[in-house]
Design a binder for this molecule. Structure first.
Ligand code: FAD
Length: 318
């Protein structure tokens, strides 16, 4: 089933969903199964699997020179989706990005997903490669997630890139997109960011999943701003317990979001790793309970290899 159907059929009950990362190349599927085995009892109707573009690494050669090599450190998104659907009988949502894909490769990836009966995708631009500094699309790839959404919507109408295909098979993808309650970091302001988000919805996006946030007021005011801008699709909040001291800096650096003063103080006060974990879990429980009480359609937890804390949150909230 499609994510938008789960959300529509939920009768105002808040659903739960999880997001997992493919293991680093050379790792095994077992880590994903161990994470999900701990979380399936909460009955998520769908599970997201992230997609990771190739990045450049510099390897020192015997001559002393450095060689620049492109490596995809976390391949396997589509295979993991198929394995999740097979093992747990729940729907998987692969993330599909513009970065690293020509339009033709995107089309072929969508055909693979369609043949695997995977009818959900989260359509994203993707992040910049580390050494590029800014996002660089493939020569014949998409620059913005909007163009990817349009390509998927076209395939849902049976329209393929090759104009000789007069009427191809219509795919039936439910299309999710990303939303940023604290604005996307490259955007000049929230309103401009919302204008582009509205374009994606008008082009066919069915729902939004937000970047993580640690202060619910960002989510509530984002939902209000979306509704005022005429964006009426479900907006699923993305959540993660902040449980380690280094995350006080790494999360703002990577995700361009603020950590509320009170949470930062709670973590600073805690003197052991266990106490910090507890403080972060309690904060996430508090956030989750309020979002649920105020009718968020689904709480989407970024597991990021930390199933134990997500489980503690889910046990208290669902
Ligand atoms: P876009 O919608 O293309 O927006 C990017 C920027 O361009 C924004 O500033 C926007 O305001 C602006 N913009 C949009 N359209 C236009 C336009 N037509 N003209 C001019 N400017 C425009 N990254 C991964 O690599 N893999 C993942 O699996 C992944 N999963 C994610 C899941 C979620 C829920 C979220 C929130 C993010 C995820 N990301 C992932 C990160 C995401 O790819 C980055 O945040 C990326 O920088 C932006 O992606 P986007 O889809 O929002 O891009």
């Amino acid at each position: 089933m499609k994510v938008n159907q789960y959300l529509e059929n939920a009768n105002n009950q808040t659903l739960i969903s999880f997001e997992v990362l493919p293991p680093l190349k050379g790792g095994s599927m077992q880590a994903i199964f161990e994470t999900l085995d701990m979380l399936m009892e909460f009955k998520p109707p769908f599970i997201d699997v992230t997609y990771h573009r190739e990045d450049f690494v510099y390897k020192k050669m015997p001559s002393g020179y450095f060689e620049k090599t492109a490596i995809r450190k976390r391949p396997g998104t589509v295979g993991i989706c198929a394995a999740i659907m097979h093992r747990y009988g729940v729907d998987a949502v692969p993330h599909l990005i513009c970065g690293g894909f020509s339009k033709e490769e995107t089309e072929n990836a969508l055909i693979d997903l369609n043949f695997l009966n995977i009818n959900n995708v989260l359509a994203l631009r993707g992040d910049a490669r580390t050494f590029d500094g800014k996002f660089v699309p493939e020569p014949d790839g998409h620059e913005f997630a909007l163009d990817l959404v349009k390509q998927i919507a076209d395939m849902n109408q049976g329209k393929y890139l090759d104009e000789d295909i007069a009427q191809g098979e219509k795919t039936d993808f439910c299309i999710g997109i990303a939303g940023y309650p604290e604005k996307h970091f490259e955007s000049p302001n929230l309103q401009i960011d919302l204008d582009y988000t509205k374009e994606k919805v008008d082009a066919g996006a069915d729902y939004i999943v937000t970047q993580m946030f640690f202060d619910n007021k960002h989510y509530f005011s984002y939902v209000d701003a979306c509704r005022k801008a005429g964006i009426n699709v479900p907006i699923v909040p993305g959540l993660k317990p902040l449980t380690k001291a280094y995350q006080l800096n790494s999360i703002p650096r990577h995700f361009h979001i603020d950590i509320p003063e009170e949470l930062a103080k709670e973590l600073a006060k805690a003197t052991t790793a266990k106490a910090r974990q507890q403080a972060g879990v309690e904060w996430c429980i508090m956030q989750s309970k309020e979002l649920k009480a105020k009718g968020a359609p689904c709480l989407h937890y970024y597991t990021m290899g930390d199933a134990d804390t997500i489980r503690q949150v889910a046990e208290s909230v669902f």
